[in-house]
Write a protein that binds this ligand. Structure first.
Ligand code: FE2
Length: 350
């Protein structure tokens, strides 16, 4: 059993780095770390050096990162995954540096979501210099897409310490790796991708202040403000550039008595099962997982655009069975939710 100690980051490829960075800083409110690497913006929300890396290149999710306890735990995880028949790649020193981790491994979940486990993610001690007062307190959770959330749960609970906190029928599995109700969620979607990235805010007023701010600045509200009955969190989902959905939320449930918690199942067709306040409910946009060989083009130490070779044995290269961006079809409408939009997938890296 591999123990995930926390969520680490989302790494997302963007065709327009300036626009995506501006949105993450000036609209979402994150701190933009001093640039140290051409073509990469590191955004900070809490003690982590960054939790969102925007990488100039083809548009789409590059990877989702989780921390493990250290070098020994990472090596043990590598062995355990390989024994289970999962292809694992070690990141290069330059790739680890870009992630502000000492070392990392990469692999795909059964649906083609690229997952990275990192050892020694860098912390920054000085207070976060938020670009605007959105009230963000921390990177709260990340949500992946998978066509079968039960299969996804089997993967995360068999190989990792993820435990289901609640089910939303066949539409979502909300999982915890610590007392927070969910730090990892999987939503049903036809293609691998990141459904949304969550930031916790300090109070309910922040949620509503942000709502007004977002409307005033022309951001597309995807859902909310509302309240999820599972986590009790008051939520607000909004769309960033290149199909990337952000969420602010406040008041997530903590499950302190782990052994006593019994996961519940909510019918997504039942009124109030997504939003207790009965607001309009829709399936928020997902950003598709980038085809790994495309993601690799702009990784440090990798071949430059146009020279990447599929099948190269490096993190970020193609694995069999990985869904190919560009072939994604708009998802089937989920019960009670609007059909998902296909994530925009950029052309060849510039
Ligand atoms: Fe969420």
């Amino acid at each position: 059993m591999i123990k995930l100690t926390d969520i680490a980051y989302v790494r997302s490829g963007v065709a327009d780095l300036d626009a995506a960075t501006r949105f993450a800083a000036e609209i979402v409110g994150l701190e933009l770390a001093a640039p140290t690497e051409a073509g990469v913006s590191h955004l900070r929300a809490d003690h982590r050096h960054h939790c969102l890396a925007l990488v100039e290149g083809p548009s789409g999710v590059i990877s989702s990162g989780f921390t493990v306890a250290g070098s020994g735990a990472l090596a043990a995880a590598e062995t355990e995954l390989e024994r289970s028949g999962i292809a694992v790649r070690r990141g290069s020193a330059a790739q680890a540096r870009s992630r502000r981790a000492r070392e990392f491994i990469a692999f795909d979940d059964p649906f083609g979501n690229r997952i990275e486990l990192v050892s020694q993610q860098e912390s920054t001690s000085r207070p976060v210099a938020f670009t605007r007062p959105a009230g963000i307190t921390e990177f709260g959770h990340l949500c992946l897409d998978a066509p079968d959330v039960h299969e996804a749960h089997r993967f995360w609970s068999t190989h990792f310490n993820a435990r289901v906190s609640d089910w939303i029928g066949d539409s979502a599995c909300l999982m915890r790796i610590d007392p927070v109700h969910h730090k990892l969620a999987v939503f049903r979607g036809d293609e691998p991708g990141v459904c949304h990235m969550n930031f916790q805010v300090a109070c309910i007023d922040d949620v509503f202040r942000n709502w007004n701010f977002l409307i005033e600045h022309g951001a597309e509200i995807e859902m909310g403000p509302g309240r999820h009955p599972q986590s009790t969190a008051i939520f607000l989902y909004f769309l960033g550039p290149e199909g990337f959905t952000y969420e602010y939320s406040f008041g997530v449930r903590r499950i302190e008595d782990d052994a006593a918690w019994v996961p519940r199942t909510f019918d997504p067709n039942e009124a109030g099962s997504i939003d207790m306040w009965l607001g309009p409910v829709r399936r928020v946009s997902s950003q598709a997982q980038l085809r790994p060989d495309a993601a690799a083009r702009r990784e440090p130490g990798r071949a430059q655009p146009g020279t990447a070779q599929s099948g190269t044995a490096q993190p970020g290269t193609a694995q069999p069975g990985t869904a190919q961006p560009g072939t994604a079809q708009p998802g089937t409408a989920q019960p009670g939710r609007a059909g998902r939009k296909p994530a925009r997938v950029g052309g060849p890296a510039s």
